[in-house]
Design a protein around this ligand. Structure first.
Ligand code: PLP
Length: 395
């Protein structure tokens, strides 16, 4: 009577959702302050004041039919022009409004891009550890999802593993840097190597292989690191961006796709993006938020709390004996679990009221994710629990 695939997608709870619900139940039993929920990537930093000021000003002083009306499908031209100018200034890109398509956030950006590119039998490759929804997005577009094994010493890219999953049917490789869940930022060297591999494979198979650069964490980086702009390294890069994390606006649904001129068959790719948005009933990105982001282009939120939380959790966990790379960006730590079975490890952590997500969910068993977009004081109080948890492995 209904699509089995959709039914399963709608009713089978994700691990993160299950953990979240467990956390709510446990909080009712022992008090919210005694449950240490590191499971969700929901920013705890409030949206910056300049966002609120812009939204209020626009609501009070702009023509309501402009603020709440339909826009053309790619988004208001003046908004796209303002964003293009800012991207050119910040990243040395060379784009105009015709290279931008505004969306309802990164999930929409990635799904629309995949739908635009996917032909019968096409494959989308991700690099472990990866955002689990990529599989859902790829399969929803009729594509096949494949994953390359992780390079766990530094969470850059294992090129032998990636080469092994690229076939004549590979349409695109999804690249997520700063990475959820590893916290790694791909270096220029990694990206040059990736570009070389994809050009060689494209030549071998006689068709372009795209990079889908999913970059919702682009501005969240530490120690003065800059995130290399992937289209400057590889011509067939389509960028998917969102303001969910950088401006703490995950519930407002606003982001964009960049299709640079250098992309093979630019006008057909851009046209297919418009077509994919249409069939996915993505009529237009929310009008109010289009206006807000245009007004706030180039401003940055104070993301310093994530740097402080990253340092606190990293230092605390490594002192407790956990093995982990120093986070370079995003707001996740991805340490090695203290036993091979990451599900068993996370179950044991739960006995200490530490809610963590098993690495297997991200295609990287033996690790776990701790999201530190939480209040600093909770991390401070959680550290002795991590210490106790580690001690149970030495008893
Ligand atoms: N891509 C990655 C890597 C993410 O971590 C997330 C959200 O956590 C998304 C995409 C989806 O973001 P959005 O809220 O913009 O749809």
């Amino acid at each position: 009577m209904v699509s089995e695939q959709m039914y399963k997608l709608g009713t089978k709870k994700s691990t993160i959702r299950t953990i979240f619900e467990y956390g709510q139940k446990r909080a009712a039993e022992v008090g919210a302050e005694n449950v240490f929920d590191f499971s969700l990537g929901n920013p705890n930093v409030p949206a910056p004041d300049f966002i609120q000021a812009a939204a209020v000003d626009i609501l009070l002083h702009s023509d309501p039919t402009e603020v709440h009306g339909y826009t053309i499908a790619p988004g208001k031209p003046q908004v796209r022009s303002a964003l293009a100018a800012d991207l050119n200034r910040r990243f040395g890109m060379n784009i105009t409004e015709k290279n931008l398509f505004l969306t309802a956030g990164a999930a929409a950006s990635v799904t629309i891009t995949m739908k635009a590119l996917a032909e019968e039998g096409d494959e989308f490759a991700a690099i472990a550890p990866f955002f689990p929804e990529y599989r859902v997005f790829a399969e929803a577009c009729g594509g096949k999802f494949v994953a390359a094994a992780a390079k766990t010493d530094d969470f850059q890219i294992d090129f032998a593993a990636l080469a092994a999953v690229i076939t004549s049917r590979t349409k695109a490789v999804i690249v997520n840097s700063p990475n959820n869940p590893s916290g790694a930022v791909y270096s220029e060297e990694t990206l040059r190597h990736l570009a070389g591999l994809l050009r060689a494979k494209a030549e071998e198979f006689g068709h372009p292989i795209f990079i889908i650069a999913d970059e919702p964490y682009r501005e969240i980086v530490y120690d003065g690191l800059t995130v290399p702009c992937i289209p400057l390294f590889y011509e067939n890069t389509i960028v998917c961006y969102s303001y969910s994390k950088s401006f703490s606006l995950p519930g407002e649904r606003i982001g964009y796709i960049i299709v640079p001129d250098s992309v093979a068959d630019f006008s057909r790719v851009y046209g297919a993006i418009a077509g994919a948005a249409r069939v996915l009933t993505h009529v237009n990105a929310p009008s109010l938020w289009q206006l807000v982001i245009a007004r706030c282009a180039g401003q940055t939120a104070d993301l310093g709390i994530y740097a402080r939380n990253a340092a606190l959790l990293y230092e605390g966990l490594t002192a407790a004996g956990f093995d982990c790379i120093r986070p370079q960006g995003a707001f996740y730590l991805f340490p090695k679990a203290l036993e091979a079975d990451d599900y068993a490890f996370c179950a044991r952590a739960r006995e200490h009221d530490l809610l963590l997500v098993p690495g297997a969910d991200f295609g990287c068993p033996g690790y776990f994710r701790a999201a530190y977009c939480v209040c600093t004081e909770m991390i401070e109080r959680a550290l002795p629990r991590f210490q106790k948890l580690a001690e149970t492995y030495h008893e």
